[in-house]
Design a protein. Structure first.
Length: 224
């Protein structure tokens, strides 16, 4: 093989290796700017779906199912997933995009929205930071407690035990509803929630912030 060709092949091999190493590094420990850039890209990526979501209401909330359409999962160095949760009547209600970075422990971001509200999650070993409609709402800890506000007090909590058929969510001091565990239901198209008490607007947003996270993560547990 001519020396010139060997040099060219070696050059491109070096470029490919450098690119691979660069992708590995930015996916292993992404900085704040990279995270923000990825969030914007994820929002734009599902905009077509978001624009088609059925107007959110308490009635649609009660009809939300665990069924998804348009779900796309990519494995490899960049692990990503996106999809749309529908009602039991197959109406699109929640669109989401999820990206997992390379790490020994949880290191990911999730963007999701209804027609009414948007939710962004930064998932890492310290907890899960939650933003609702562009505002920081609090952090979900490993114990299922959701803490926020000026005094970082307990605002809500969820029991995420995988052995439970239902994951109950308490907002303030009231257990308002539970999220169905998809791995514990035999129904083909089960409703996502089981309601206990009516919720005010602020309580509903907090409930949905925890519920959407649970629905997405449960649906991806056997994928990554």
């Amino acid at each position: 093989m001519p020396l010139a060709l060997l040099i060219i092949l070696s050059f491109f091999a070096t470029i490919a290796l450098a690119t691979l190493l660069y992708q590995f590094m930015i996916n292993f420990q992404p900085g704040k700017n990279r995270i923000l850039t990825d969030f914007r890209a994820m929002r734009d990526e599902i905009k077509e779906w978001s624009d088609q979501l059925v107007p959110w209401s308490k009635e649609e909330m009660s009809l939300l199912s665990l069924r998804q359409v348009n779900q796309k999962i990519k494995r490899g160095m960049k692990k990503t997933a996106k999809g749309v949760f529908t009602s039991i009547y197959h109406e699109p209600l929640i669109a989401y995009s999820y990206r997992k970075y390379i790490a020994s422990k949880e290191n990911a971001i999730l963007y999701a929205r209804t027609s009414k509200n948007e939710y962004a999650y930064r998932i890492n070993k310290k907890g899960i930071d939650v933003n609702i409609d562009g505002q920081y709402a609090g952090v979900l800890k490993d114990n299922g407690g959701f803490y926020g506000g000026r005094r970082n007090r307990l605002l809500a909590r969820i029991n995420r035990d995988d052995e439970l058929k239902l994951h109950p969510i308490v907002v303030g001091e009231r257990e308002v509803a539970s999220v169905q565990n998809p791995l514990k239901t035999e129904k083909h198209n089960p409703r996502a929630f089981q309601f206990i008490q009516p919720m005010e607007s602020k309580e509903e947003k907090m409930f949905m912030a925890l519920a959407i996270l649970e629905m997405v993560q449960e649906s991806l547990k056997e994928e990554f």
